[in-house]
Design a protein around this ligand. Structure first.
Ligand SMILES: [Zn+2]
Ligand SMILES: [Zn+2]
Length: 111
């Protein structure tokens, strides 16, 4: 596996997580260790506004806004609408959780 040290080889997928020394916006992508040092800027970090990130729903590139920074895992507006719709449907019973079809096991092959 090639080890990429450059942090700018991809569009970072920012999420807000606790890194041990505090919470910070960091990249969620596997081999990327990029994060924004908090410096006491907190969650709604002005330096983050306008940066490009990847939507946690559809992976499209989106620009971060102060509203998106309120989410731990920013998603684009389309995904937010879809998620809200899904929650509404779940609550109203339109979507019923799928029941696993369980077939009785046929042990006859053992005999
Ligand atoms: Zn990254
Ligand atoms: Zn999306």
């Amino acid at each position: 596996m090639a080890r990429k040290t450059g942090a700018k080889t991809h569009t970072h997928k920012y999420h807000y997580i606790n890194l041990g020394f505090g919470s910070a916006w960091s990249c969620a992508l596997g081999d990327c260790t990029h994060y924004m040092p908090p410096y006491g800027n907190g969650r709604i970090d002005k330096r983050m506004v306008g940066r490009i990130t990847r939507c946690f729903g559809c992976d499209n590139e989106i620009h971060l806004t102060e509203d998106l920074l309120k989410m731990d895992q920013p998603t684009c507006s389309a995904c937010q609408i879809a998620m809200q719709q899904e929650i509404r449907d779940l609550n109203s019973g339109i979507i019923t959780p799928k029941k696993e079809e369980t077939k009785p096991i046929d042990w006859s092959f053992l005999q």
